[in-house]
Design a binder for this molecule. Structure first.
Ligand code: 0WD
Length: 256
């Protein structure tokens, strides 16, 4: 029922084994997808290569792509086109904000910090979708990752909340543009997960604790659980869904 055999899927944003992108990659791999990884900066290439080597029987490919650069995006997807031709899916698992902007008051956000965070965390989805859609000649699925802080105020999430609001609105506009080409665009709103990026968010431990105490399921979610929903969204099972935001957060978002 759920097979991604023969499907070429690009995974952007693996930084280390805790990355949500890595949870997505493992789930996609289990469903039989051919994976193409992109990484930002030489520092991460080794990490991604070492992790990809652990995927049994996987003939993975790996390309550099810093999403702040249109040239990087063009050459990355140019290389993917040359090597694999058609792609069927793309997982965008990328965000950035300066640490200082993830604590204290949102009102203190600087102009430069705002521009950089919105560029990497929100605009990059559009920049990448614009180029990736050319390779989705048989239709496709684009999935990005967001967080509840984009829908309502979450302490310390500050600038990243504004970036996620822009990202979630981008999902809807992109879904509307690309729908006629049978390309679907959706987001997963993940509950808090301890990753490298999460380390930047002030008092992250208390956010995790709050979920354990109050979420309907009284526990936090894992990279694997987010990964499995991404696999569903990449698969034919979700063919009627686009412009949607699916919460994988133990139900926490239903609380007022
Ligand atoms: O609790 C969490 N961890 C949640 C994360 C809850 C809900 C959503 N998310 C989102 C994040 O906001 C992000 O969009 O999930 C996505 C993945 O984040 P992650 O797995 O939590 O974090 P991490 O493993 O650090 O991956 C984010 C990666 C970067 O890692 P580093 O640590 O090097 O900043 O985003 C990538 C990079 O690999 N990234 C870029 N990729 C291309 N070009 C760039 C860039 N300029 N900047 C960052």
């Amino acid at each position: 029922l759920l097979s991604l055999q023969g499907k070429n899927i690009v995974v952007m944003g693996v930084a280390n084994q805790r990355s949500i992108a890595w949870g997505i990659a493992r789930s996609l791999h289990e469903a039989g997808a051919n994976l193409i990884f992109t990484y930002a900066g030489e520092r991460l290439e080794r990490n991604v290569r070492d992790l990809a080597e652990t995927l049994e029987g996987q003939q993975y490919r790996i390309f550099p792509c810093d999403v702040t650069s249109d040239e990087d995006i063009a050459s990355c997807f140019g290389a993917i086109k040359a090597e694999v031709g058609t792609i069927h899916g793309l997982a965008h698992c990328i965000a950035f904000a300066n640490k200082d902007d993830l604590k204290g008051e949102f009102a203190d956000t600087s102009r430069d910090g705002f521009a950089l965070s919105l560029d990497i965390s929100a605009y990059s989805l559009t920049a990448v979708a614009k180029v990736a859609q050319e390779l989705m000649t048989e239709g496709g699925s684009i999935v990005t990752l967001t967080y509840l802080g984009g829908e309502r105020v979450v302490k310390n999430y500050n600038l990243m909340g504004v970036a996620k609001a822009a990202l979630e609105a981008s999902v809807k506009y992109l879904a509307n543009d690309l729908g006629q080409r049978n390309i679907r665009v959706n987001s997963i709103s993940a509950g808090p997960i301890r990753t490298l990026s999460a380390k930047g968010i002030g008092d992250f431990n208390s956010i995790l604790k709050e979920i354990e105490e109050k979420a309907p399921m009284r526990r936090n979610v894992t990279q694997e659980e987010v990964g499995d929903v991404a696999t569903f969204l990449m698969s034919n099972l979700s063919r009627g869904i686009t412009g949607e935001n699916i919460h994988v957060d133990s139900g926490y978002h239903i609380l007022g």
